[in-house]
Design a protein around this ligand. Structure first.
Ligand code: AMP
Length: 294
């Protein structure tokens, strides 16, 4: 275990630490998180560790991406355990700001990506992406990393972040890494901790419904609206899932598709009890490599 982890909670501190690494010509990678770290987060750290000289992680439960009534207050914050995990993954620097540091009194500027922020998660969580893009741009400006690592798990989010960086000439390169899943296929999420034992057994249907859709397409089925209907039946049959959407979209525009094309993603969001879960799967031949090489 590397005990040289440095923790900074102010912008000046983290900037000075990163700056001294950059001055030595080192490549800096950053993994932004909201903490409650799991294997999904750790896989991003491992990807960053192999590609960069200096690994920075940020842990910040960003209030502006939660709507009133969502789980901001109850979101888990096991900071000491998270720092232990960062240490064992070889993270060099962790930035743990408070909301006051990120949004001091008088903060007035927000970043909004138009177009692709509107459907799906944008439609179901109207203020969410404005909070995400604002905090990510702030974190990228604070850390000034060469590469930032995000999970495919939040497909629409990473697409928006890429768009924002392109539109606003942010020099940090964005790398998207594969979704890490439980053995039965459930995508890891800090929110899985909210599921009761019964809900946990039902939760797997989110990934199995998407996987079924992928297999239908691989088998040559052309009618995507039929696949959409059946995926939604498979998800909701004999479960308490309340569906937001389960569908197949263009990987770049997120437009819902009626017939197959080369770049497609199957996306889903649904609520089980009080827990909202999202998942997605890239539909071959579309791959993370295509996304990252774009
Ligand atoms: P969060 O802490 O939920 O904001 O997530 C921080 C980063 O971890 C985001 O880029 C997520 O997409 C990514 N992430 C979350 N869950 C997973 C997972 N199961 N596999 C891979 N990456 C993930």
């Amino acid at each position: 275990m590397d005990s040289s982890l440095k923790v900074a909670s102010t912008i000046a501190e983290i900037r000075a630490l990163v700056q001294s690494c950059r001055a030595e010509g080192k490549q800096v990678g950053v993994v932004p998180t909201m903490g409650a770290l799991h294997e999904g987060h750790l896989s991003l750290m491992r990807a960053a560790r192999t590609r960069c000289d200096v690994l920075v992680s940020t842990i910040f439960v960003n209030p502006t991406q939660f709507a009133p009534g969502e789980d901001f207050e109850k979101y888990p914050r096991p900071l000491d355990h998270d720092l232990d995990l960062c240490r064992s993954e070889g993270v060099d620097l962790v930035f743990t700001p408070t909301p006051d540091i990120m949004y001091p009194a008088g903060h007035q500027t927000h970043v909004e990506v138009e177009g692709i922020s509107q459907p799906w998660e944008g439609a179901h969580r109207p203020s969410h992406f404005r909070g995400v893009t604002t905090v990510v741009l702030k974190l990228l400006n604070i850390v000034l990393a060469d590469v930032a690592f995000f999970g495919q798990k939040d497909y629409q989010q990473q697409l928006l972040i890429r768009q924002m960086c392109r539109d606003l000439d942010v020099p940090t390169r964005i790398e998207t890494c594969e979704t890490i899943r439980e053995e039965d296929g459930l995508a890891l999420s800090s929110r899985n901790a909210y599921l009761s034992a019964e809900e946990r057994t039902q939760a797997v249907k989110l990934s199995t419904a998407l996987q079924w859709g992928l297999e239908e397409i691989a088998g040559g089925v052309q009618d995507l609206s039929q696949i959409r209907q059946e995926m939604s039946q498979r998800l909701t049959a004999e479960t308490e899932f309340v569906l937001d959407y389960i569908t197949i979209v263009d990987a770049w525009s997120l437009e819902e598709l009626e017939s197959p094309r080369d770049h497609m993603v199957a996306i889903a969001a649904a609520t089980l009890g009080s827990t909202r879960l999202i998942d997605n799967m890239l539909i071959p031949p579309f791959s993370l490599q295509t996304l990252n090489d774009r």
